[in-house]
Design a protein around this ligand. Structure first.
Ligand code: RTP
Ligand code: MG
Length: 142
């Protein structure tokens, strides 16, 4: 197994619900370390750039409006198989389809307001981490 990094976002709905600590606790209990973190209210340009891969999709305007509707917490998680482990903890995109005990099953209301984002591959993680953090803002842990 390899130690990887992945980019995680706690979306505006979960920040508003005051469940940041619960979500962080799930990461830590499952062997993921937070090696960078910040709270930010994304601008329209930041949200559009981050989700650029979806810009031709019908849901894109709603996605950007939602992601700019309130502050988010962005973090880099580090651990063995971090990309997949994090996606497994998140659950399916649509909370109605998410497995019991996942973050989206427990906290998400809808496919739009679905509590968290996670990189979907090592390649996406590299791009997404660089989108939000400089090297000097990432603090690897032993
Ligand atoms: P994310 O990127 O936020 O971690 O979510 P994901 O990989 O599970 O899903 P993705 O396909 O990348 O879609 C990004 C976000 O767009 C919204 N979405 N809406 N109405 C729809 O059919 C639809 N499909 C996707 C979701 O909020 C999803 O998280
Ligand atoms: Mg995605």
């Amino acid at each position: 197994m390899s130690v990887e990094r992945t980019l995680s976002i706690i979306k505006p709905d979960a920040v508003a619900k005051n469940v940041i600590g619960d979500i962080y606790s799930r990461f830590e209990k499952n062997g993921l370390r937070i090696v960078a973190a910040k709270m930010q209210h994304l601008s329209q340009e930041q949200a559009e750039g981050f989700y650029a891969e979806h810009k031709e999709r019908g849901f894109f305007p709603d996605l950007v409006a939602f992601m700019t509707s309130g502050p988010v917490i962005v973090q880099v998680l580090e651990g063995e198989n971090a990309v997949k482990k994090h996606r497994d903890l998140m659950g399916a995109t649509n909370p109605k389809e998410a497995d019991k005990g996942t973050i989206r099953a427990d906290f998400a209301e809808s496919i739009d307001a679905n509590a968290v984002h996670g990189s979907d591959s090592a390649q996406s993680a590299e791009r997404e981490i660089a989108y939000f953090f400089n090297d000097s803002e990432i603090c690897p842990r032993d």
